[in-house]
Design a protein around this ligand. Structure first.
Ligand code: DGY
Length: 446
């Protein structure tokens, strides 16, 4: 490594650290001071993975704060935990909309009622490994292990809507890939909420061309309202939107592997977790792998149905990078690993020839380089795919992706996402998981 590379790394590390320190809100980190001023579930998991390099203590706190808002009734981990020091009109839909309290937690005003991808056990294990002494000394894993088990149980018991061993998402926001073209067909069946009944707050902070459309937003609000009216009880609602998503389930499988490691560390039996990880992997392959296109696809459980009534399922046509994320799962069959690598570096995703990894098929007419999850490259997705590449020995691709991520993060001021063709930053800046994944991968390079 040259002297100037050391200097560049140090400068980038300092800049990424100052984003995370600036976004620290006392018990957790906001994804963004402007657009996302509370705690978000899967953001916090990625943030903890970066924060551990700055302060393992804060990284543990990040996850513990999130799990302090876990629902006692069914073990779900809500996608947002609201902070009462933030003005009520700073974000929509806020606590008044969701109407979910957090009993006994000072400083937290409530939570949302939906979930986000289960990447938390993976994060907890990575955080633990950075400082095992501090972690053991303070009982971090011992406290978190039963909560992580309850969280996975919620998904296994309440969300296996297809009955084949995969968790379903019931709202596009639950995927984390909010406005992916994968949701266009299932969302088209949803009646949008009346736009005069709410005010979007996101457009005050970000360019409208980088955000979901008003029509999409109306449908998001409708799905949340229907769930709320059923008291978020999965047995009382026939979810009109129900999809098995490859990224969500791949993260569940990886987290189940991490849970086995955590179980071992706290003296519990790892075997059930390894078994579940294996079952999830088989179900993913059986239900979502499409050998003809060399990628996993989303399965719409309400396809062929009118008005959301259950009428049979079908794979969704769109090809999204969500279908490449199963590469993070250990022990995939060789032919699937080869196919995923081939698809990633082919014309649809252009790995190595575009900036990071586009969230959606570059060749599709629905591809949009600027609009949120309809094409832009995201840093957490690149971080996950980098992990998969390293796991399967694709070192040259991994190195290139890592260098691309560090370069794009620094150049864009830690943008929320970038245009895959130009590398230009999109969305907001000083975004926490961009800084966190940067800090983690700088460590990887040194
Ligand atoms: C938003 O508000 O756009 C979020 O992505 C949903 O959590």
């Amino acid at each position: 490594m040259t002297d100037s590379a050391v200097t560049d790394s140090e400068r980038l590390r300092a800049a990424a650290s100052s984003v995370l320190l600036g976004n620290w809100a006392g018990g957790s980190t906001v994804p963004s001071r402007t657009l996302y001023p509370h705690q978000w579930s899967w953001d916090s998991a990625f943030i903890a993975i970066g924060l551990r390099h700055l302060s393992p203590r804060r990284a543990r706190r990040e996850l513990e704060t999130l799990f302090s808002a876990q629902w006692l009734s069914d073990g779900r981990v809500p996608h947002i935990v609201f902070n009462d020091s933030v003005p009520a009109d700073a974000y929509f839909p806020g606590p008044d909309f969701w109407q979910v309290g957090v009993p006994g937690e000072a400083g937290l005003t409530g939570t949302s009622g939906i979930v986000q991808p289960p990447v938390h056990a993976l994060a907890a294990w990575e955080v633990h490994k950075t400082d095992p002494e501090g972690s053991f000394g303070l009982g971090f894993l011992r406290r978190l292990y039963p909560r992580l088990v309850q969280w996975h149980d919620y998904l296994r018991v309440h969300r296996d809507l297809g009955g084949h061993g995969l968790a379903s998402i019931v709202h596009p926001w639950e995927s984390g890939w909010d406005n992916s073209p994968c949701w266009d067909a299932p969302l088209a069946r949803i009646n949008p909420a009346d736009p005069t009944t709410y005010v979007r707050r996101d457009l005050a902070h970000s360019d409208a061309a980088d955000r979901p459309t008003d029509l999409d937003y109306g449908r998001y609000v409708r799905l949340c309202t229907d769930y709320r009216e059923a008291d978020y009880d999965d047995t009382r609602i026939e979810h009109a939107f129900a999809v098995e998503d490859p990224c969500f389930n791949a993260l569940l499988a990886v987290s189940e592997h991490a849970l086995a490691d955590i179980a071992e560390a706290v003296g519990a039996d790892p075997a059930p977790h390894r078994e579940r990880a294996g079952q999830l992997t088989s179900a993913l392959i059986d239900r979502l792998y499409d050998p003809a296109s060399g990628i996993f696809r989303c399965r719409d459980l309400r396809a062929n149905s009118a008005n959301g009534a259950n009428g049979g399922d079908a794979l969704i046509d769109e090809l999204s990078a969500s279908g490449l994320i199963p590469l993070v799962i250990p022990g995939l069959p060789d032919d699937i690993v080869r196919a995923l690598l081939h698809t990633a570096s082919g014309d649809r995703f252009g790995l190595g020839r575009v900036h990071l990894l586009p969230s959606y098929d570059l060749l599709s007419p629905a591809f949009d380089p600027a609009r949120y999850w309809r094409g832009p490259s995201w840093f957490n997705i690149a971080w996950l795919f980098h992990r998969g590449l390293r796991q399967y020995g694709a070192e040259a691709d991994a190195k290139q992706l890592r260098e691309g991520l560090l370069d794009a993060a620094g150049r864009s001021g830690f943008a929320e996402y970038v245009d895959p063709h130009t590398g230009e930053g999109r969305g907001i800046r000083s975004f926490s998981w961009t800084a966190a994944t940067t800090l983690d991968l700088i460590g990887d390079r040194d």
